[in-house]
Design a protein around this ligand. Structure first.
Ligand SMILES: Cc1cc2nc3c(=O)[nH]c(=O)nc-3n(C[C@H](O)[C@H](O)[C@H](O)COP(=O)(O)O)c2cc1C
Ligand code: SF4
Length: 423
């Protein structure tokens, strides 16, 4: 078993700074980092091959190198909004090993010459705010935060900030808008946050899991990290497995592990001895795939080749007792509720999708409604202001593509089973 992020995660009292220091050599990577120049730290992270774990899989070191040159102050915003359905890995890191995240935030800040960092947590994480605040206080008390950290002249202040439970505030530009105190709505990109982010200043937005990988890379060197995984998908990944499995939970795997192993070996197989019907590999925002594709290696490239995405790393498993229309309806409700309303295709489209799927699921659908549903998806795909619109389309359009018989079962013969606009 390869454990980087979850190493010793269940050690009693790991949230205490003393236990963290004793068990995991906590904060020792700072010494190694401070021996290097900030730009050498950026190169180190580039060489590791680490890619952002928040959803887009963008190379982390490259993102850090995009910071606008010589513009200060710069900010760090750690994205702990974790609202993607099926995703609960960041929460486990925060609640069990808060100092790993703080260490990662310090290393990122040093590499990027940042003196102020925020941890933006979804509103529902209220019970971890106190825990994180205490962990931050303890790091100040030990001299890992504050002025002149470990005598290096490097200063860093960290703050927690609670969101109000809106999914859109996980999108990086909406997160920054919310952090500034405005209503959380996405901004037009470019400019990207690394150039013009929080308060108009260069800002790094990174996911919790991404930052938690930095201490290992700093301590063990980039080669130790890039030796794990596949040629282009390096390192380990936390995968939240949910749905119709016997042992739902968060599992750390080397990237490239077959998806079927995640279901069978890690998550204990399908419940009640049923058969696998479909799976959504990357949270609710990516296309679902049929069981026949379950041997796809769980990595960025292989999942893309199979017609879907790794996304946030949440594998939602659907067994053969389910009708995918019901699954698609549940997700359509989520996106309708979470659409921020800023642009028309998403605001209107998510509602129409929900209404049509409700009709079909209630056996009150008409054959031509599937064609209408496909048409709405086509009118949303790549036409919305931010990726939430595409995300809403992905599970619905793929359910029509792979499981037309589930729609037929509920409404009789369909006018069309060929969806258009598959993202
Ligand atoms: C609708 C939407 C929701 C998102 N939610 C999250 C989230 O909860 N957590 C997260 O880290 N990234 C989320 N992202 C991705 C962020 O915009 C951003 O790419 C990410 O935080 C960058 O960090 P990374 O490079 O470490 O992956 C979301 C994106 C979209 C479009
Ligand atoms: S796509 Fe949806 S969430 Fe994104 S800006 Fe438009 S309405 Fe808001």
């Amino acid at each position: 078993m390869t454990e980087i992020l979850f190493k010793a995660i269940n050690t009693p009292n790991l949230t205490s700074i003393d236990v963290y220091e004793q068990t995991l050599d906590g904060y020792q990577s700072l010494k190694k980092a401070f021996e290097k120049k900030p730009e050498e730290m950026v190169e180190l992270v580039k060489a590791s091959g680490l890619r952002g774990r928040g959803g887009a899989g963008f190379p982390t070191g490259l993102k850090w190198s995009f910071l606008a040159k010589d513009v200060f102050p710069r900010y760090l915003a750690c994205n702990a909004d974790e609202s993607e359905p099926g995703t609960c890995k960041d929460r486990e890191l925060i609640m069990k090993n808060p100092h790993l995240l703080i260490e990662g935030m310090i290393l990122c800040s040093y590499a990027c010459q940042i003196e102020t960092g925020y941890l933006y947590m979804r509103g529902e994480f209220w019970e971890y705010e106190e825990l994180m605040d205490k962990a931050i206080d303890d790091a100040y008390a030990k001299g890992y935060l504050g002025k002149n950290i470990m005598g290096t002249g490097f200063n860093l202040d960290l703050y927690t900030h609670m969101g109000a439970g809106a999914y859109i505030c996980g999108e990086e530009s909406a997160l920054l808008t919310s952090l500034e105190g405005y209503r959380g709505e996405p901004r037009l990109k470019p400019p990207f946050p690394a150039v013009e982010g929080l308060y108009g200043k260069p800002t790094i937005v990174n996911n919790v899991e991404t930052l938690c990988a930095i201490p290992f890379i700093t301590r063990n060197g980039p080669e130790a990290y890039s030796a794990i995984g596949t040629e282009k998908s390096k390192g380990t990944k936390l995968v939240s497995v949910s749905g119709h499995v016997n042992k739902p939970g968060n599992y750390e795997i080397p990237l490239g592990t077959p998806t079927i192993d995640l279901i069978e070996k890690y998550a204990g197989g399908i419940r009640n001895g049923n058969k696998l019907k479909a799976f959504i590999p990357g949270g609710s925002s990516v296309p679902m795939l049929p069981a026949s594709k379950a041997d796809t290696p769980y990595d960025y490239e292989s999942l893309m080749e199979a017609g879907t995405m790794l996304g946030s790393g949440a594998l939602i498993v659907i067994d053969d007792t389910a009708n995918v229309v019901t699954e698609a309806l549940g997700l359509a409700h989520f996106y309708m509720h979470e659409s921020c309303g800023k642009c028309t295709p998403c605001r209107e489209g998510t509602r129409w999708m929900y209404q049509i799927l409700t009709d079909i699921n209630n056996k009150q659908g008409k054959p031509e409604q599937v064609e209408l549903l496909s048409d709405i998806c086509d009118n949303m795909s790549f036409k919305c202001f931010c990726p939430l619109g595409d995300a809403a389309v992905a599970p619905v359009i793929s359910s029509i593509k792979y499981f037309p018989e589930d729609y037929e079962e509920l409404i009789g013969s369909m006018k069309t089973a060929q969806p258009v606009g598959t993202p």
